[in-house]
Each structure stands twice: as C-alpha cells, then as structure tokens.
Ligand binder design. Structure first.
Ligand SMILES: [Zn+2]
Ligand SMILES: [Zn+2]
Length: 387
C-alpha cells in the first residue's frame, strides 16, 4: 500500500491496504471484519502480528469491559480490536525511526504512556495520569494497545518504539509472546519491590504471572522460592520453573507451611497472584516483619484486610499494573540466556481465524490450558519462505 511521506517500507515485506481484524460487538461477541492497515506516525512502527497470547484480562475485557476504556467509556460496539500480548515483525518505520529495522522480530509491551505526566517521567508509564486520553480533543498520545487503542487480534498494528523489545532468533514466536508476562513479574519484584539475591519469596497462585514470577524470582537469585496453589500439575510446572518448595493449600495450611519452610519468621516478599478471598490476609501472615506484599491479582469482591497486623509489623503492600520501567527488556534477557523455559506455560496454539475456539480453551481451561496462543497464517508462510 502507499504509505505517507516519511514512512519507510521495503519490498521484502509488502503491506496490504486492508487486513482481517476481530472486533468486539456486544459483551462476549467477537466478529471478524476488514479494517484498513494502520499507518505509523512519528516514533512508531507498523508491526505485522505473527502470534498473540490470550490473557485473562482479554477475557475480562471481552465479557465485561473494564479495564478497557475506549473513547472514555465501555469498549463495546466501537469497532475495537482487543488482544495485547503479541509479537511480530517490523514492516514499516514511521518518520524518523531508526531504532528498529524492517524485518526485525519484536515483541511488545502494552503501555505507551503519554510521556509528559509525572509517572511517565518516572518510567512508570503503566500508571500514566493520562490513561485512556487518546481521542478527540483530549488526545494526549497515550496508547495501551488492546485496552485503550486497537490491539493484536488482527494482522497489523502500530506500536510506539518505546513498547518494542527485540526478540532473539533462538526464541519461538510462542515464547516471545510470553516476554511481557515475565516482564510484569520482573517489574513487581525488582523495580517496584527492590528484590536482591538471597531474599525469600512466596508466590501464591500458579497462573501465568505466578508461574513466571517463580521463574523470574529464581533467576534473580531469590532463595527459597515457594509456590502455593491448589492443583498439583500446576505446582509441578512451578518446580520445573524454579520453585524450591511447593505447597498444595488443599492439603496443608499455607501460612504454617511457609513458616515451617523458612525458619518460622516468614519470607521477605509475597507475590499474590491467586485472587482468593482471604489471599491478602494470608500473604500478610506469610511475609516477615518489614517485608513486602505485591498484589498482582484482581479479587472479585473487595477483601477484608487486617490493617492492624500491617501496621504492627511494618509491612509494605503495593499493587502492580502491567510492566513498567522497561522490565520486559530484562525479562527477555533472562529468556534469551535460557535462565528459565517460559514455554512450559504455553499449552495450545490456534490459527487467528479460530480465535473463538482459542478463547474457549483459555476461558474454560480446556485440557488444562494455561497460555493459549493464536498465530496468523502469514507467520508460517514467512517461516517457509525464509528456510
Ligand atoms: Zn495480559
Ligand atoms: Zn503519562
């Protein structure tokens, strides 16, 4: 297609005028339509999407709406394309972009902050004060693809260069979609938490962020790393990813188990990924005096919390939104060095055209699905042509 002046393309990566894109209709309703291929502006590239992982947050958005926010409101019937954990190939460079090359494989962060608010200036762009202000006369340039702007359940998407992470050739497309998940755990443990080697960590809940939280904690030199959960098969995957101990909370009280394992005083960090009703209180009982609790899950109901226990014990509690301070780059480095095998949590792959079936697998955990990935056909064609 003809791109505007200043946008660089290459005949090796032809770009069509239109693409297939899934759009959200009513709650729970996705329709396959045609959309124009978007055009990269200054500091943006056009990414040909090769693979997208389905996240629990995608399911929240598709069925309930929040945390997606389109034009200041609900995301339904606004021609909005969800999907945010994608990777692909750079096929066009916006004006002035020389940081990436056409043909380069990249995976993406979700949030491109406005770059001008207090939090963006601190590198905490996932907490941008201009979140969702990217339309009409409130346009602050903020993007969170798949949340406030179009996402990855399609063939092409524009991304700010600050959201791109180079993908090493040793990494499969599926593995590359998991960089942002590992990056979220990294952000919680190091940038927000300040973890250093030798500190002790409990992860509660062996979902994708919890399992890769175990892997990242171990790679950072934490000891011991303890994982709690209800399903033995998930806990076994946790062991392969680096958990020194696992606790099945159906068989053993998790607070007592953690204290038994770690010398009676609890651990330095708890990363709460379970969203269980009493999880926050249990996390605060597992952590030692002066320790830190990172909240990474969304409970359905507001939990009751024993605040006096927090005060008496000088406990720090903090929420984590997404993957700030370029933590994804450090996560990708761990993955490139094979410090852990993130593909252990990838269980299923579907074609993009079969997205509805892929979502059913992710939502209903068919065949104990953990991470379900959808791939565009062109990614397979590209592979064949390159060989
Ligand atoms: Zn996600
Ligand atoms: Zn901002």
């Amino acid at each position: 297609m003809a791109m505007p002046q200043g946008v660089k393309t290459d005949p090796s990566h032809p770009i069509p005028e239109t693409m297939k894109a899934w759009v959200l209709g009513d709650p729970g309703e996705l329709k396959l339509t045609d959309k124009p291929v978007p055009v990269p502006k200054k500091a943006e590239v056009l990414v040909r999407i090769d693979a997208v992982a389905i996240c629990a947050t995608d399911l929240e958005i598709i069925y309930h709406g929040p945390p997606a926010q389109i034009e200041g409101g609900e995301p339904f019937n606004k021609n909005f394309t969800p999907g945010h954990e994608y990777m692909g190939t750079v096929v066009a460079l916006g004006p002035g972009v020389d940081e990436y090359k056409i043909g380069e494989r990249v995976t993406v962060e979700i949030h491109a902050g406005c770059g001008q608010c207090k939090r963006c200036r601190q590198g905490m762009y996932t907490s941008c004060h201009n979140y969702g202000k990217n339309y009409g006369d409130v346009d602050k340039g903020h993007r969170a693809n798949g949340f406030t702007t179009d996402g990855g359940f399609c063939e092409y998407q524009v991304n700010n260069i600050n959201t791109l992470i180079h993908v090493d050739d040793s990494m499969s497309d599926e593995e590359a979609t998991l960089v942002v998940t590992a990056g979220t755990s990294m952000y919680g443990l190091t940038e927000l938490g300040g973890l250093v080697a030798g500190e002790s960590v409990v992860v509660t809940g062996p979902g994708p962020i919890g399992l890769l939280g175990v892997a990242v904690a171990k790679a950072l030199g934490a000891q011991p790393v303890i994982l709690t959960g209800t399903r033995d098969n998930r806990l076994e995957i946790g062991k392969k990813l680096g958990a020194d101990h696992v606790v099945n909370i159906r068989k053993e009280d998790p607070v007592e188990a953690v204290k038994r394992i770690n010398g009676g005083i609890g651990v330095d960090y708890v990363v709460e990924c379970s969203a269980a009703p009493n999880a926050v209180n249990e996390a605060c009982q597992m952590v030692n005096r002066g320790g830190k609790v990172c909240l990474a899950a969304f409970p359905g109901e507001p939990p009751t919390v024993d605040v006096a226990h927090l005060v008496r014990n000088n406990i720090y509690v903090y929420g984590i939104r997404g993957e700030g301070k370029s933590a994804t780059h450090r996560a990708e480095a761990f993955m490139r060095q094979k410090r852990f095998d993130a593909t252990l949590i990838h269980t299923h792959t579907f074609e993009m055209g079969d997205l509805l079936e892929a979502i059913r697998y992710a939502k209903d955990r068919v065949e104990d699905a953990i991470k379900v990935v959808v791939k565009n056909k062109h990614s397979a064609e590209g592979r064949v042509a390159a060989e």
